[in-house]
Design a protein around this ligand. Structure first.
Ligand code: SAH
Length: 247
């Protein structure tokens, strides 16, 4: 007997503008009957997807959002779950596989997207052009002492660091706390930067030192970059040298 597999695409939509979505992501959305996502991301989708069945769930209702996708897929609909950036980087791709164990006959397909580290790096110049890591400062799902350990390890390893979730309404001082930990191992004049609203209206960026970053006002739509020992500010841009010898 042939089993009909229902399809769910887990789509990374990039930072915002449709021009920063991959062709594969656009094709998946076009092939879908239903698009599910957090309200903000559904609003970012362009006109051409407004004919789809658009289902939103508020922030913090991630599990409900995932179950909704499976429910719709089992009704025979092709479903896309949209996440900002890449769905596998602080997104819902892994939760979909975990919850998917409860459902039969549903096939998951992850469509990669441009994550904030990449799109933000492009705004600042070339800060990630050597070994780098990403660390999320959100302690909603990760205990703060683990975040602290990762910050220390990244500083000791001389990684360039892209900080996600540097602030929220409840965690206004988290970037300052992170900088204080990094400043134990890194000099205060280390080159850093941050970008707000990447790929959306009102993109803005700042290049600064780690000492200055400590008191920077950032919000939840900001990605922060801490340079490594080889990071320089060149013509106002943040550049991590790869090591080529320039005459
Ligand atoms: N899956 C997303 C990350 C989600 S975590 C991705 O791959 O990009 C949310 C954090 O990502 C935000 O707090 C911010 O640090 C970063 N971020 C996501 N989109 C952004 C944007 N358009 N501009 C700046 N930062 C962004």
């Amino acid at each position: 007997m042939e089993i009909n597999m229902n399809k769910i695409y887990i789509v990374g939509m990039g930072p915002g503008f449709e021009s920063m979505m991959t062709k594969q992501a656009i094709d998946a959305l076009e092939a879908s009957d239903v698009i599910v996502g957090y309200t903000v991301y559904i609003k970012l989708l362009g006109e051409k997807f407004q004919t789809k069945e658009l289902l939103t769930t508020p922030m913090r209702q991630e599990k409900e959002r995932c179950h909704l996708c499976f429910k719709k897929a089992l009704e025979g609909k092709t479903v896309s779950l949209v996440c900002s950036g890449d769905a596998g980087i602080y997104g819902l791709a892994s939760l979909m596989y975990e919850i998917g164990q409860e459902y039969d006959n549903v096939e998951l397909s992850v469509i990669p997207g441009i994550t904030a580290a990449n799109s933000g790096a492009a705004v600042l110049g070339a800060p990630l052009n050597h070994d780098f890591c990403t660390i999320s400062l959100s302690d909603l799902l990760t205990p703060w002492d683990k975040i602290e350990k990762r910050l220390v390890a990244a500083a000791e390893g001389d990684f360039v660091i892209a900080l996600y979730n540097p602030s929220s309404h409840k965690r206004k001082d988290y970037l300052m706390r992170a900088c204080d930990i990094l400043l134990r191992a890194i000099e205060p004049d280390r080159a850093c930067g941050y970008v707000e609203n990447i790929g959306r209206e009102g993109t803005s960026y700042t290049v600064c030192t780690l000492g200055e970053l400590r008191s920077a006002q950032v919000n939840m739509f900001t990605t922060v970059f801490i340079g490594n020992e080889g990071t320089q500010i060149i013509d106002g841009m943040l550049v991590t040298r790869r090591g080529y010898q320039i005459e």
